[in-house]
Design a protein. Sequence first.
Length: 256
Amino acid sequence: MNDMTLFLDLILIASGAYCMYTFLRLAVTKRLFKNGLLVPKEKKISDCADEQMYIGYMMPPLAVMAVSDFFVHSWYFIVAIIAGIAVFIHAWKKTESGAHILGKFILKVPLVGPLSIKTASSRMTRTLSTLMGSGVQLVDALGLVTEMMGNAVVKQALKDATEEVSRGIPLSKPLADSGVFPPMVYHMIEIGEETGNMEDMLDKVAAYYDEEVESATEALLAAMEPLIIIVMALVVVPIVLAIMMPMYSLYDSIGA
């Protein structure tokens, strides 16, 4: 986990340094710090003899200026919308239906969903093994584990499994019927039930999924690298075009 934290820090530092370098370079070139979000005060950058060429050259800077003006004069409106959405989601996920919908959505997100399932499997088996090794009955241990789960779908699956186990049904069957946990989890639990060595089987499953969680986390971080580059490009490229295209227009006018 320390290596992953360091990796994230390096990504953030590199991203910030690159953005700062780009913005400073643009500032030196076109005095971008004159008005709000790094755009010049002068709305007319250059004049072109050809009207179509003028429109083509001026579209990027005008678009950047429009976005800049919107953020400068309407920042409070944007903050209010973001705050309202955050409050709504926070309140909605506390409801039973909201928590269930959000839990299902998270489990279906690529990379994030498998990571959530593997984390839940590791936490469940590790805690069950520890509690049962301490003399806690399986039904009571399942009740404690259920409260530890953060995903509503996983929590509901464990609640149903607890009810089934309390009626004398082996734990492996309701876990398999839930469709939430990976096959290895309930197959290994089934072997433990048949051999009477449940705690050791749970420990093995927990150890396996600990490694799987680490691998899934590394895969998620690796997938974030191109996403960060794309986001940076979406921010930097329009500003670069807004500066360079009027300059090309000016050079063409001088050359003509």
